[in-house]
Design a protein around this ligand. Structure first.
Ligand SMILES: [Zn+2]
Ligand SMILES: [Zn+2]
Length: 282
């Protein structure tokens, strides 16, 4: 049985010591994954790592909305100031041309900035929107699907995607989704707005310790459902508090199978088919 973890960051510094061990463990347990970039360095690293595997490990390249600005990050357990990255379309285009790249991502909007002033937040929002649109255009150019990150910004993201879809309709696929809202944690109404835009949604370990999305999961169309770990974050029950990794996607799958009253095999097969169709993997 194959599980498809549609979103992980085994290419991040959280796995500096044992990335290959973690990916081998995934492969040996029948788990495929997409290594998702958040900046140029991690995007390039995803590509380098993928080249070491025969199959089952894929790459996505993109600039995350939080990486545009200076921010603090834990690197090897040490709180480090990371400089913001200026988006360079040419550099990402070079990466995106490699056949192992299956998506542009993760890109999007993140308005969760509790320390920013109103003026600062205004600037942040504007800059994030500009970088998002540039990357949407790049995805169209490269004919790649998009992995979206969205936190406290769904209204703005939906507005941008509606406009984008109007303008680029002729270039977007009609027989499959053109993007995924990863780590979905919004309302049912918002989920349906994304479905109507031709997108699918992906669930993390969040749903293993909350019942908030049970009703949506029960009702939503089968072909719009993906699963992911978002490793090293969003660790599912019963491993909460530990670093997450792709093999643990089984716990997300189990929880959904339980909600839908399905065999785990059916859930695994369906979500794998959906992920492969989105990322155009044979
Ligand atoms: Zn994200
Ligand atoms: Zn992520």
């Amino acid at each position: 049985m194959l599980f498809f973890d549609s979103h992980s960051h085994v290419n991040s510094s959280y796995f500096n010591d044992d990335a290959d061990e973690v990916l081998r463990r995934a492969i040996n347990n029948g788990v495929a994954t997409v290594l998702v970039g958040t900046d140029y360095k991690s995007s390039k690293k995803a590509l380098d790592m993928v080249s070491r595997y025969h199959s089952g490990i894929y790459a996505a390249v993109g600039l995350h909305p939080d990486e545009i600005f200076d921010h603090h990050e834990k690197i090897n357990g040490v709180d480090t100031l990371v400089k913001g990255e200026l988006f360079n379309a040419d550099l990402y285009q070079q990466l995106g041309k490699f056949p192992s790249v299956v998506a542009i991502g993760e890109i999007g909007l993140d308005y969760h900035k509790p320390e920013a002033s109103i003026e600062e937040l205004k600037k942040i929002k504007q800059a994030q929107k500009e970088v998002l649109i540039k990357q949407l255009v790049l995805a169209v150019k490269l004919k790649l699907p998009v992995i979206f990150h969205c936190r406290q910004a769904h209204d703005d993201l939906i507005k941008i995607l509606e406009d984008f879809r109007k303008e680029y309709r002729a270039y977007l696929p009609t027989d499959r989704a053109w993007g995924v809202i990863h780590c979905f944690s919004a309302t049912e109404t918002i989920a349906w707005q994304y479905f109507n835009l031709g997108l699918v949604i992906s669930f993390t370990g969040l749903i293993t310790f909350s019942q908030q999305w049970d009703s949506l999961i029960r009702k939503m169309p089968e072909d719009k459902l993906l699963i992911e770990t978002d490793s090293p974050f969003m660790t599912p029950e019963p491993y909460r508090g530990r670093r997450n990794e792709p093999v643990l996607v089984k716990y997300v799958a189990n929880r959904i199978a339980q909600i839908k009253n399905w065999d785990i095999e059916k859930l695994a097969q369906l979500t794998t088919t959906n992920a492969k169709r989105l990322f155009k993997i044979n």
